[in-house]
Design a protein around this ligand. Structure first.
Ligand SMILES: Nc1nc2c(c(=O)[nH]1)N[C@H]1C(S)=C(S)[C@@H](COP(=O)(O)OP(=O)(O)OC[C@H]3O[C@@H](n4cnc5c(=O)[nH]c(N)nc54)[C@H](O)[C@@H]3O)O[C@H]1N2
Ligand SMILES: Nc1nc2c(c(=O)[nH]1)N[C@H]1C(S)=C(S)[C@@H](COP(=O)(O)OP(=O)(O)OC[C@H]3O[C@@H](n4cnc5c(=O)[nH]c(N)nc54)[C@H](O)[C@@H]3O)O[C@H]1N2
Ligand code: SF4
Ligand SMILES: [Mo]
Length: 779
């Protein structure tokens, strides 16, 4: 295998490992959050910008999808450290200009790290890479749209194009984008949800009839028990800790279920309260279940079995609102406790104690995120959570419910707006209003899109935001698939990996970010977003745009549509001129959006209807909430192997790498680390600090390799290792996905660690699969 020297210092030579921190946030968090802003925006712009964050009349945080408190209850600084970093990343004063592209050939950019690419600043002008060229060159907007439009018009079928969306896109842009794709003739609308909470959507649709969570922020505050499963809120949803703290002050108990003892879950120092600035803060979790990766289905089956044994079920709820209870109860009679203990790695006593807390609670919420959704058995595991909540009657009751905690700030809204590879129920109504045909074929999801590109069935890839080349699994396969396209187009704010994996022709279309003023013909526009708890509200950009050449996402979609569908009778130009016209269409067809304009104009926004939450009405085929029988399969880990999961560091937003530290886990100046329990290291005969390759092993006998990781002894659950995404995506084959949701199984990878051959360059070699040693870009 070729070991390549990196183009620049990835920092890993200076990697240091300290003791993990015991608690999250506090004054340290605020200072850490402000530092990138000060460095990238300066003092005045930082202060002005951050004061608008999450305030009425200001912009919605481009970080995560955690909700804001109601307008009257907001603090002056209603944001967290990572929200401030997300804003700094967008509001930076650094710029990527045409001169930048003239100075850096694509071949060079492709060898730069994700961190370096992001650090170059905001994209400022449309760029094209023509066949055979070595550099991106400027192109006018008109020529860019004509290029995309003529290519799309020239395809044999609209299904030869795929239109990807990342979850930062506003409701208005998302609605227009799916309208365009459908009017053009395809349902090929893969999105980041396919890699994120798709498993939650599929499972909940089956059990309660709607793929969204059933709680509000107020419910979190009123719960008497919160179970936080497979989630690291201290890093990924920091203000969720404030909500958990409020719940605790109101008397709630908290159970954390996680292979890693994440700092924020265990203790929290609230920076908005003086007592949080000093001292050790609030102990959050009352009980910590250090579960093995993949043990959740077994855990919740064990909970259900105990609750049934104790008669601790809400019989009247079960009788009135559910179906399938008898079969479910019968199935659990055969529960094999030996399997439960193997799968979870927990003792029977630990499980019984936690189950007792469930039995005692009159208002329980279960929250979860990526620890549950990215495994082969994700959908069954989430259905099992739903089963337990149904047993106890914990849906449609104040302070109780099911709470998938979404990632991207508008990922839930994008789905509501019809960004989906299947057809929303309201699509026929839209089609008849605007006179187009509903495309007949089901569209491709993310993994299917990669496969179709590889096979030549998809020839044009269009990405509205995101970083498809880096976020997806099977890095080499995905990159080859993108490179095989006739045309790739990325609507982006920042330079990223996807721009360095061009199709035969490639376009970069730079757009406004959410923080920026969006002026159109009818005046300044605002957009709307939906948070994780179905609350919809307006977001007003206020900053001066990073460049005068930027277009809004809405304008880009509108012009794309006009260039592609010249005879279209849909009023694309009117939508671009005044976003109220888009909201009018949304209000006319999407349930729950009646009187949209008036309801977002007030600032407070509104919460979308959710029949199970609001009325215990379950829009399933049976009209009841469904108990579903799930089979418990214990993953066998061969001797000498570990079950690897991939996590986010505290200094990244998905594929955007803000910095090289992961403070809470004690990692500084580097990312190529693999966390392993010290007892496992001893059993494997590998010393802490050893440089290893991570090799994943698959049932077809194939292997994939990521090279040059430093082993860090860490108190993870036994037999379970962790490393960062996207560096580890090279290890996951396209075929390894969750049942039913087709989400890449990036959190259960059987691996062995191989001490790396000692070379001159330490910890910097590019990831590569065993099949090829093409550099994947140092991470
Ligand atoms: N700052 C910041 N914020 C973000 C993001 C970011 O990258 N940076 N990303 C956003 C996005 S898109 C998303 S989807 C969310 C992601 O939010 P999270 O889901 O919190 O993100 P991960 O880092 O993937 O963390 C997964 C957690 O699940 C645990 N886990 C892994 N496997 C298992 C398992 O089998 N069982 C259990 N019980 N736990 C397990 C891991 O130890 C880890 O604590 O965050 C959003 N917010
Ligand atoms: N191994 C592994 N893989 C994973 C995961 C994991 O946990 N482990 N998590 C998965 C998850 S949960 C997700 S959500 C996906 C994320 O997949 P994506 O959403 O595709 O990736 P991001 O890194 O969030 O996208 C970052 C890019 O978005 C662009 N961008 C930022 N803001 C805007 C904007 O306002 N408009 C536009 N047009 N562009 C913008 C910038 O150019 C930036 O480079 O990754 C998935 N991949
Ligand atoms: S919790 Fe999420 S939405 Fe709220 S300020 Fe932090 S990053 Fe932004
Ligand atoms: Mo996500």
């Amino acid at each position: 295998m070729v070991r390549k020297a990196p183009r620049e210092d990835t920092g890993d030579e200076n990697l240091t490992v300290r003791r993990p921190e015991r608690s999250a946030a506090g004054v340290g968090g605020v200072i850490h959050g402000l530092a990138p802003g000060l460095a990238q925006m300066g003092v005045r712009r930082s202060a002005r910008t951050l004061l608008k964050l999450n305030q009425v009349g200001g912009f919605d945080c481009p970080g995560c999808a955690w909700p804001e408190p109601a307008p009257g209850k907001r603090h002056h600084a209603e944001f967290c450290e990572n929200g401030a970093k997300a804003v700094a990343e967008e509001a930076t004063l650094r710029r990527v200009t045409a001169e930048f592209f003239a100075a850096h050939p694509v071949s060079e950019l492709s060898e730069r790290s994700d961190h370096w690419l992001g650090q170059q600043g905001r994209l400022t002008t449309p760029m094209v890479l023509r066949p055979g060229s070595t550099h991106y060159a400027p192109i006018s907007w008109d020529d860019a749209f004509e290029l995309v439009g003529s290519t799309l018009r020239g395809l044999d079928s609209p299904d030869q194009a795929a239109f990807y969306t990342s979850g930062r896109t506003s409701n208005e842009a998302a609605f227009l984008y799916q309208l365009f794709a459908r009017a053009y003739g395809t349902n090929n609308l893969p999105d980041c949800s396919n890699m994120c909470h798709e498993s939650s959507g599929v499972a909940l649709t089956e059990t309660i009839g709607i793929g969204k969570g059933s709680v509000t922020l107020d419910d979190i505050h009123r719960a008497s028990l919160l179970v936080v499963v497979g989630q690291n809120p201290g890093t990924n949803h920091p203000r969720m800790l404030t909500a958990l703290e409020t719940a605790k002050r109101n008397g709630a108990k908290i159970i954390a279920v996680n292979p890693l003892p994440e700092a924020g879950l265990l203790r929290f120092r609230n920076p908005q309260r003086p007592s949080g600035v000093i001292g050790d803060g609030t102990a959050l979790a009352d009980r910590y279940l250090q579960i093995r990766v993949g043990g959740d289905l077994a855990l919740f089956q064990a909970f259900a079995s105990l609750l049934l044994e104790w008669g601790a079920i809400d019989k009247s709820f079960v009788d009135t609102y559910t179906s399938g209870f008898a079969a479910y109860r019968a199935d659990l009679e055969d529960l094999d406790w030996a399997d439960v203990l193997t799968a979870t790695g927990l003792s029977r006593e630990e499980i019984v104690e936690a189950a007792r807390m469930l039995a005692m609670s009159d208002a329980t919420i279960v929250c979860w995120a990526m620890g549950l959704t990215q495994r082969r058995d994700s959908v069954p595991a989430i259905r099992e959570i739903s089963n337990v909540q149904l047993l106890r009657g914990m849906v449609g009751k104040p302070g109780a419910g099911l709470c998938p905690v979404r990632g991207h700030s508008n990922v839930q809204g994008d789905r509501t707006m019809g960004v989906w590879h299947e057809t929303p129920k309201w699509l026929p109504a839209l089609a008849s209003r605007l006179d187009f045909e509903v495309p007949a074929r089901r569209g491709y999801d993310t993994v299917e899109t990669i496969r179709a590109m590889r096979e030549g069935a998809v020839r044009v890839f269009f990405g509205l935001g995101g970083n498809f080349a880096a976020a997806t699994p099977d890095t080499e396969v995905t990159r080859a698939a993108l490179a095989a396209c006739e045309l790739t187009v990325h609507v982006s704010t920042k330079l990223n990996r996807s721009h360095t994996v061009p199709g035969r022709t490639a376009l970069i279309l730079p757009c406004l970010g959410r923080t920026e003023r969006d002026a159109q013909r009818s005046g300044d526009q605002f957009v709307t977003v939906e948070d994780s708890m179905s609350a919809v509200h307006a977001s007003h950009g206020t900053l001066r745009p990073a460049s005068e050449h930027l277009l809004s996402e809405v304008a880009i979609v509108s012009r794309l549509a006009r260039a592609t569908l010249p005879g279209s009778t849909i009023p694309w130009a009117a939508y671009e001129d005044d976003y109220r016209a888009i909201r009018e269409q949304i209000a006319a067809v999407v349930p729950g959006f009646g009187d949209y304009e008036a309801r977002v104009a007030t600032g407070a926004g509104f919460t979308l209807p959710h029949p199970p939450r609001d009325r215990r009405q379950f829009p399933t085929a049976s009209g009841h909430a469904n108990f579903v029988v799930n089979r418990l399969e214990v993953t066998e880990i061969p001797a000498g192997r570990l079950l690897l999961q991939t996590v986010r560091s505290h200094d990244q937003y998905n594929t955007t790498i803000y910095g090289l530290d992961d403070r809470y886990r004690g990692i500084h100046n580097g990312r190529r680390v693999v966390f392993v329990n010290p007892d496992d290291l001893a059993a494997l005969g590998i010393d802490d600090g050893t440089l290893v390759d991570i090799v994943s092993e698959w049932t077809d006998g194939s292997e994939r390799r990521a090279t040059g990781f430093r082993v860090v002894g860490y108190p993870s659950a036994r037999g379970c290792a962790a490393t960062y995404f996207p560096e580890a995506n090279v290890l996951v084959p396209l075929e390894s996905t969750a049942e039913r949701s087709n989400t890449p199984a990036s959190k259960s990878i059987i691996v062995r660690l191989e001490p790396a051959p000692v070379g001159p360059v330490v910890g910097s070699a590019s990831s590569s699969s065993s099949a090829t040693s093409t550099p994947a870009g140092p991470a």
